[in-house]
Ligand binder design. Structure first.
Ligand code: PMP
Length: 459
């Protein structure tokens, strides 16, 4: 390492508490110190390039050097860099963005509310669900149904409503009796032996029916769900799950809040994952792809019916008492507008549907290897399940940390993937070329081979 790289690593280790990182291990392991990005590659301080098959954290759909986005930010910074949207203020870019978003979300007569992150979108969506039921004269509708394995962000309620224990461990979070937990859809890991996808789906829906009956629909405000559970292992729902779920919730007056923070903006072959899976949401949370990650911004889209109730109550109360300093920030809005323009131009939903077929073919070829138990691909996002024995579906012992080894081996090959336990996630930038795509698959295969070799050495 150069002296400069060593110096920066020391600064980082001394002064920076990292997100989602073991703080003690970080002291000895150090940081992957990134300093540049070009197309689908990022480069570290020593000049090594990595193909970013995860689009960072599921956001860099347009890669790391998009000039249109950069120029949009630059131009807006020179014009009106910042302004708030409190107290009847708006800005020209935010108004245009709202129209653009309302046109693509699968909601009738949509309205858009702005935040700075996915977590704030989740918190806002839940607050708005409660506000809605208050407006409708049903203050007892407070409970939120959520699924095991769900990731809904890091704010207090995001962590509480999410279904991942590491997000709660050690925090002494407030009691979770307002959250009703149901199963995650994971046919691969949780279906009974010989249980078909259709029978498994019946069982999941019956469980939610039972939960509603047991708690009483009149106590339940909403159900929250990711179209594809992302950080919980790229779990795709069984066929028919979301359309049946939508009908069930509607019949009980329970709102469906879709967390589209990962799936929004074309990732699954449609503008939104709700469309891919036949969900009929009342609200949609989005972030990440909204600005392709170039600048922090999130949003909640509300149906006209939800908006009308919220608007009427805000009139009675004098104000809608929610919102952030940077809601509708003009520079973020300008970047989002530019990203949307590019998504339209490249026909992002059709493009990811097509590239998804390439990904399916390539990963299915990889999955002839007996260390891969299943690949799940939907549009341009995939999960690869590493297993000890494919035929008997035997998983690796957790202490072998096979997924983590795979991630490290991939990094040595010049490929960034993400492991969630023994599931490897892939979520490539939409702009990846054919050659880069082939390189990604070659490096995945190499990482698989080295991981197998490691395991033989470890055994
Ligand atoms: N929901 C989902 C589905 C996510 O994947 C994430 C982030 N990975 C969030 C919410 C939270 O987003 P943020 O980190 O921007 O707060």
């Amino acid at each position: 390492m150069t002296n400069y790289a060593t110096h920066l690593n020391a600064l980082d280790a001394r002064y920076h508490l990292h997100s989602q990182t073991n703080a003690v291990a970080h002291q000895s392991r150090g940081a992957l110190m990134l300093t540049g990005g070009r197309g689908v590659f990022v480069s570290d301080i020593q000049g090594r390039d990595y193909l970013e098959s995860m689009s960072g954290l599921w956001y860099a759909n347009l890669g790391f050097s998009n000039q249109r986005l950069t120029e949009a930010a630059h131009a807006q910074l020179q014009k009106l860099p910042a302004y708030h949207t409190f107290n009847h203020r708006s800005n020209d870019v935010c108004a245009q963005l709202s129209e653009q978003l309302a046109q693509i979300v699968p909601l009738d007569d949509a309205r858009i509310f702005y935040v700075n992150s996915g977590s704030e979108a989740i918190d806002s969506m839940v607050k708005m669900a409660w506000y809605y039921h208050m407006a409708k004269g049903q203050p007892n509708r407070r409970k939120i149904i959520s699924r095991e394995g769900a990731f809904h962000g890091s704010t207090i309620f995001g962590a509480v409503v999410g279904g991942l224990s590491h997000m709660k461990d050690g925090f002494n979070l407030p009691a979770t009796d307002g959250v009703v937990r149901v199963s995650r859809p994971s046919h691969f890991r949780e279906a009974e032996k010989g249980e078909t996808e259709a029978a498994y789906c019946d069982r999941l829906i019956a469980e939610i029916e039972d939960v509603i009956a047991a708690h009483g629909a009149e106590s339940i405000a909403a159900m929250i769900a990711e179209p594809i559970i992302g950080a919980g292992g790229v779990l795709t729902p069984p066929k028919g799950y979301f359309s049946r779920l939508s009908a069930l919730l509607q019949s009980h007056g329970i709102l469906l809040l879709m967390d589209e923070v990962i799936c929004g903006f074309g990732r699954t072959g449609n503008w939104f994952g709700s469309q891919t899976f036949g969900a009929q949401p009342d609200m949609i949370a989005m972030a990440k792809g909204l600005t392709a990650g170039y600048i922090p911004m999130g949003a909640v889209a509300l149906s006209g019916a939800v908006y009308d109730a919220i608007a009427a109550q805000s009139d009675q109360l004098g104000v809608f008492g929610h919102g952030f300093t940077y809601s509708g920030h003009p520079t973020a809005s300008a970047v989002a507008l530019a990203a949307l323009e590019q998504y339209h131009e490249m026909k992002a939903p059709a493009l990811t549907a097509r590239r998804g077929q390439d990904l399916t073919r390539a990963l299915e070829a990889l999955a002839t290897d007996d260390m891969i138990g299943e690949v799940r691909v939907e549009g341009f996002i995939a999960g690869i399940e590493l297993v000890a024995d494919k035929a008997s579906r035997t998983f690796f012992a957790p202490e072998l940390a096979v997924g983590r080894r795979f991630e490290n081996n991939a990094l040595r090959e010049g490929l960034i993937v993400r492991n969630m336990g023994d599931t490897i996630a892939i979520c490539p930038p939409y702009i990846i070329s054919d050659d880069e795509f082939d390189l990604m698959i070659t490096r995945l295969r190499a990482a698989l081979m080295t991981t197998r070799a490691d395991l033989h050495t470890a055994a």
